[in-house]
Ligand binder design. Structure first.
Ligand code: NDP
Length: 293
C-alpha cells in the first residue's frame, strides 16, 4: 500500500526524557522534605545477554534520577529457596521501595512463585497477582510499565479515551492483558486479539486505538489500519534487511501514513518502559510513606 505519510510520529524518547526529568525533580524534593532516598532493587539470575543489557540500563537510569539502585546478580544455578530468601530480605529492607526480578528466569525456577513472593507494595513491575487483581477490579495498583507508558502516550495524544474502539493485539500477562484493563478503565470499548483470533485484519480495521504487542516483525499491514487511528507499536523485533541487522516493530510503519499518529520502533514505546519503572518506584515510595503516617 503506497500512501502519503501524514501520521504524526509519537516521540516516545522525548516523552520519556520529559518524564524522567520530572521524576528527578520529584526525587530531589523527596530528599529535601524527608531526608530519604527512594531505592529500587533489581534481581538478575543468570547471564542472559539481553537481560544484562536491560538491567544495566535500569541501574544507570535509576541513579540518573537520583534514586538508590541495588543490583543483585545471582548465578544461573541459584535455587528457588535462595532467591526467595533474597526477596524476603528486600521485602523487609526499608531502603528498598521497589523490587524487580528480571524475566525470563532460568527454567528450573518457578517464575509465578517468585513474582508472588515480592511484597505487592514494592512490586514495581506490577506482575504480582494482587496488583493484577487490583488493576482488573479498578483498584489502586502498581501497573505494568510497558502498558502504563502506552496509556500515557495515548492520553497525551487524545485526551479522553472514552468511547473509543480499542483493539489490543496480543494477550500476554505483561503487555496485552494489562493494556486491555487500562483501556477499559478509560471507558474504551476493548477487543483483544491473539493467535487464535479469526480475521485479525478485519478486527484491527475497527480500531480507533490499535495497540500491537505480538513479537512478529511488521505483521500489521497498512490496510489493517483505519484512517485516522492512533497506533501504538509495542513489538521489538531484530531482522536482517539489505544486509544489515535492524530493529522493527510489529507494524509495517512505512504503510501506516494514513494513521493520525504512530509510535516508531525504536524510539516509541521502548524508552517509556524504563521511565515508567522509575515512576512506579516513586509511586511505591509515596504509598509506603503514607502507610507509615
Ligand atoms: P508474548 O510472546 O508473551 O505474547 C505475544 C502475544 O501475541 C500472544 O498473546 C499471542 O497469542 C499473540 N500472537 C502471536 N501471533 C499472533 C498472530 N499471528 N496474530 C495475533 N496475535 C498473535 O509477547 P509479549 O507480550 O511479551 O511481547 C510482545 C512484543 O512486545 C515482543 O516483540 C516484545 O519484544 C515486545 N515488548 C516490548 C517491550 C517494550 O518495552 N517496548 C516490553 C515488552 C515486550 P496467544 O496468546 O494466542 O499465543
Amino acid at each position: 500500500m503506497t500512501n502519503l505519510f501524514q501520521a504524526e510520529r509519537i516521540d516516545g524518547k522525548g516523552f520519556a526524557a520529559n518524564l524522567v526529568s520530572r521524576l528527578a525533580d520529584e526525587v530531589s524534593t523527596i530528599k529535601v522534605k524527608t531526608g530519604l532516598t527512594p531505592g529500587l532493587a533489581v534481581v538478575l539470575v543468570g547471564e542472559d545477554p539481553a537481560s544484562s543489557v536491560y538491567v544495566n540500563a535500569k541501574h544507570r537510569q535509576t541513579q540518573e534520577v537520583g534514586m538508590n539502585s541495588f543490583v543483585h546478580k545471582l548465578s544461573a544455578d541459584t535455587t528457588q529457596a535462595e532467591l526467595m530468601e533474597l526477596l524476603a530480605q528486600l521485602n523487609n529492607d526499608p531502603a528498598v521501595n521497589g523490587i524487580l526480578v528480571q524475566l525470563p528466569l532460568p527454567a528450573h525456577l518457578d517464575a509465578n512463585a517468585v513474582i508472588n513472593a515480592i511484597d505487592p507494595d514494592k512490586d514495581v513491575d506490577g506482575f504480582h497477582i494482587l496488583n493484577a487483581g487490583r488493576l482488573a477490579t479498578g483498584q489502586e495498583a502498581l501497573v505494568p510499565c510497558t502498558p502504563l507508558g502506552c496509556l500515557m502516550m495515548l492520553k497525551d495524544r487524545l485526551g479522553s479515551l472514552q468511547g473509543k474502539n480499542a483493539v489490543v493485539v496480543g494477550k500476554s500477562n505483561i503487555v496485552g492483558k494489562p493494556m486491555a484493563q487500562l483501556l477499559m478503565g478509560e471507558n474504551c470499548t476493548v477487543t483483544v486479539a491473539h493467535s487464535k483470533t479469526q480475521d485479525v485484519p478485519a478486527l484491527c480495521r475497527t480500531a480507533d486505538i490499535l495497540v500491537v504487542a505480538v513479537g512478529r516483525p511488521e505483521m500489521v499491514k497498512g490496510d489493517w489500519i483505519k484512517p485516522g487511528a492512533v497506533v501504538i507499536d509495542v513489538g521489538i523485533n531484530r531482522i536482517e534487511r539489505d544486509g544489515r541487522s535492524r530493529i522493527v516493530g510489529d507494524v509495517a510503519y512505512a504503510e501506516a501514513g494514513h494513521a493520525s499518529a504512530i509510535t516508531p520502533v525504536p524510539g516509541g514505546v521502548g524508552p517509556m518502559t524504563i521511565a515508567c519503572l522509575l515512576a512506579n518506584t516513586v509511586t511505591a515510595f509515596h504509598r509506603q510513606q503514607n502507610q507509615k503516617n
